[in-house]
Ligand binder design. Structure first.
Ligand code: ATP
Length: 250
């Protein structure tokens, strides 16, 4: 799909979104517009509601209240292709790498699968079993499996947090390059503020189910994590997260 001239990306508009599980109000009145092709990172403490927001946007959960629009259409009517990448690659161990990439696809997908495997640097591994791959390679296959669907929206739920630091940096560069080549909209949930400032155009902080910071990241790409402007941005977000320690635990 990296050679495709077709336009990808979707504009997302979340308005007064609210989600409760029983008495637990997890998201309170969230408003967020993500422009087509934008890369957004959602950061925040554990339990603040990041994954819930992602799952609502992905249509895996229904909101208690509020609206969710894709290119100004309600989510039920959207034609947009939405794909998700998780911390765990979720590959089927009894299928080869290439069959995992094409899983669930109809028609002749082998050439496209090879092309996306090439884009993630794994074409030589097409006939291998997932069990023989490293954690980083498995995540590359998961990325290829997302890419073959030519996503308008790629959702990334802590996709790199189980990887070692070096592999993680390599994967960040790969994700950024693939996003730039394909221009889909990206929504990344991460605990890692450095990862957020390296990859995202905007960093959104969620605290107790509310957006409390929405920061533009104007730094040119590709970004160097030792660049003092990036370090300053990282400090700004981190200190904001740490500002208010909860007085009670629950
Ligand atoms: N299906 C569910 N049923 C009941 N409660 C849920 C459900 N999903 C999430 N929650 C609750 O919603 C709150 C927010 O969870 P969520 O996973 O969105 O947080 P998070 O910010 O992504 O946390 P983490 O960084 O630890 O993944 C938590 O209190 C969690 O227990």
């Amino acid at each position: 799909m990296t050679n495709s001239t077709e336009e990808h990306g979707v504009r997302i508009n979340v308005s007064q979104l609210q989600k409760s599980f029983g008495d637990n109000e997890v998201l309170k009145d969230v408003d967020l517009t993500i422009e087509k092709g934008q890369f957004i990172a959602i950061v925040g403490k554990s339990g603040s509601g990041k994954s819930t927001l992602l799952r609502l946007v992905a249509g895996l959960e229904q909101p208690t209240n509020g609206t969710l629009l894709f290119d100004d259409k309600t989510i039920k009517k959207t034609d947009a292709s939405v794909t998700m990448m998780y911390q765990d690659s979720r590959l089927l161990p009894w299928k080869t790498v290439i069959d995992n990439v094409g899983l669930g696809l109809k028609g002749d997908w082998k050439d496209r699968a090879l092309s996306v495997l090439q884009a993630v640097g794994l074409s030589e591994f097409q006939k291998e079993w997932p069990g023989t791959l490293s954690g980083g390679q498995k995540q590359r296959v998961a990325l290829a499996r997302a890419l073959i669907r030519e996503p308008d929206l790629l959702m990334l739920d802590e996709p790199l947090s189980a990887l070692d630091a070096l592999t993680r940096t390599e994967m960040q560069d790969l994700i950024e390059q693939i996003w730039r080549d394909n221009q889909f909209t990206s929504l990344l949930v991460t605990h890692d503020v450095r990862e957020a400032v390296k990859l995202a155009d905007r960093i959104v902080l969620i605290e107790d189910g509310e957006i409390t910071l929405d920061l533009e990241n104007p730094l040119p790409r590709p970004r160097d994590v030792t660049d003092e402007r990036l370090v300053a941005l990282e400090k700004q977000v981190t200190s904001r997260i740490l500002e208010e320690e909860p007085s009670t635990s629950h």
